[in-house]
Design a protein around this ligand. Sequence first.
Ligand code: DP6
Length: 322
Amino acid sequence: MSRTARAQAHPNIALIKYWGKRDIPLNLPAVSSLSVTLDSFMTDTTVTTEHADEHDLIVINGSPLTDRPAARVSRFLDLVASPDRPRCRVESHNNFPTAAGLASSASAFGALALATCAAFDQDLDPTRLSLLARQGSGSACRSLWGGWVRWDRGSAADGRDSHGIPVAPRDHWDLSVVVAMVGSGPKPIGSTAGMVRTQETCPLYPGWVSSAEADVAEGQAALLARDLDRLGAAMERSTYKMHATMIATWPPIRYWRPNTVAVLEAIEALRAGGLSAWSTMDAGPNVKVLCRTADVPRVVEAIERTGVAARPLGVGGDARLV
Ligand code: DP6
């Protein structure tokens, strides 16, 4: 009998970053990380079993996936259900730009893990879902929970101790993330390939790995103490360290565009004027600014003065079945 399940998950933005893997097929990270789940931006995914064709049909934002991206989703369905499962139809929508360093793979595999487990009648414990989602895309293991989430590196070879852990609920702290939309095209190099190249060629990489656990501890302590200057500083340090390893990779991985720098400077100028606002970037040119919700209008204005559109987002909730 055919079964359908629909799930929604939000992307998350790392405050303390994941970059580098200790195991590539299992997506086990070389470092722990800490994130905040966003509201408004969302992936909405429906999985239907017993698709009549001999292949899965995967449709993202109205276009069927082919080749490697399609194979990646099919392998994920095999992992969740079993390789001899019935073929499936997967229909997924993002209400924000796909693959532009806005964490679309995190919300995508978070929603897909939840919808697939429900369609195949499996146990829906969030930690188990997080372990599965991680194998689709590392950062997805942090998108099962709303609020503030840590992902431990873990040490087990099979990855059973490497999953998201909720650190503080959504209402812990009234902060916002203002996304400066510098560019929405697909990125020049994907995260997995970028991480592998960094590990293979970057002389700074060992320093990145050896300093990361202290950064997570610092970020978590600042978060629990609701100390924005301290959390923002830890976040910017982690961001610049990660981008330094990317830039010192060969050939270099440089996601920044001129407007990335313009926004960074605008935020520094706000801070010089006494406002606590802090920048971060991921595998893309966009800047995300962490600030108090009451300060959002001033942050939006500062970003827009550089000619870049700004989109304020709040802290989001758990992934959920619809
Ligand atoms: C820079 O989770 O997209 O956004 O595990 O290879 O799918 P894969 O990578 P992905 O990497 C995200 C990297 C980052 C930092 C972060 O989100 O922690």
